[in-house]
Design a protein around this ligand. Sequence first.
Ligand code: FE2
Length: 367
Amino acid sequence: MTADIALLGIDHVRFFVSNARQTAYFYRNAFGFDIIAYAGLETGSTLEAGYILKQGGITFQLVSPLRASHPQSQRLLTHGDGVQDIAFAVQNVPETYSAILSNGGIGVQPPMVQEDEFGTLETAVIQTYGDTTHTLIDRSRYNGVFAPGYLTIDPERYSPRTFHSAGFTGVDHIVANVELGEMNKWVRFYNEVFGFQQLVSFDDKDISTEYTSLMSKVVQNGNGRIKFPINEPSEGRKRSQIEEYLEFYHGAGVQHIALSTDNILETVHALRHNDVSFLRVPPTYYDDLLQRVGNIEEDINEIASLGILVDRDDEGYLLQIFTQPVEDRPTLFFEVIQRHGSKSFGKGNFKALFEAIEREQQKRGTL
Ligand code: FE2
């Protein structure tokens, strides 16, 4: 019998990167995040530097080791920059942690209380796919900017904004790539250990191109705030984008983070202005778009000129677009998504999308 797990939502996403200072600059100037807190030598953090970025309901923590003796420093050679942890807000860390362990979860860090003048912050850490973890975090007794060790950043450190604000409101979903044959294992893991329900599944007939295919299942927590699609490659004539990811990330990990917006046209305009590069679908994608998806509120010419994808299901429609990988390795990228009623994941766009990715793989010589 699965013990009940109550997760409130995603508290923050922790990225382990080689140069947090410069990564913070990128997410500020390209994606429009505010840098609100810092930890490092100046604040008494001798092992790692950290930056806390916020936008809407999204919190990113960017961390870099300051010394080779940092216990995670090897990650950078193995994985490159990437997502280390997706933290869940919970009401009671010890209870949630022991329920997860009794459901078969593996603990990385037992419940621990950190204190400073702003209160107490309680956390614990659970292992998931690859070298990725889930922190459980209870902020109810903590009033500081992020966590003990972090101080509000001096606004004078950054010049006034010259870039465009992106208008992101929250994390819609976070996608995992796992090894061939491992998808069902991780769906079972989220089901049995965290009590997630399976939402939808796509098989290789749904998601295939002439050369490659993949399979995907989506799991979601009880209140619907946490959605994790899980992809695995399937046999194809050429190497799929999932295999390319697994090779360069050196194992399972986070493939993309979908950030929601209430105005995708403004968001994509701003990101383009800020030099964010997106995947392009061929102009023919728009030829019969209105026949496929019916009427939409947005101007179809503007949708087409920005390269935004549209998909409809029984409940409404959604607009989405995908960035190029944000790092040198073809691993992590972002999705921008605006939902008009639709709760799905753009199945109708998969083919156009994966063909677009394959064109990029071709350029990289990794197809
Ligand atoms: Fe997505």
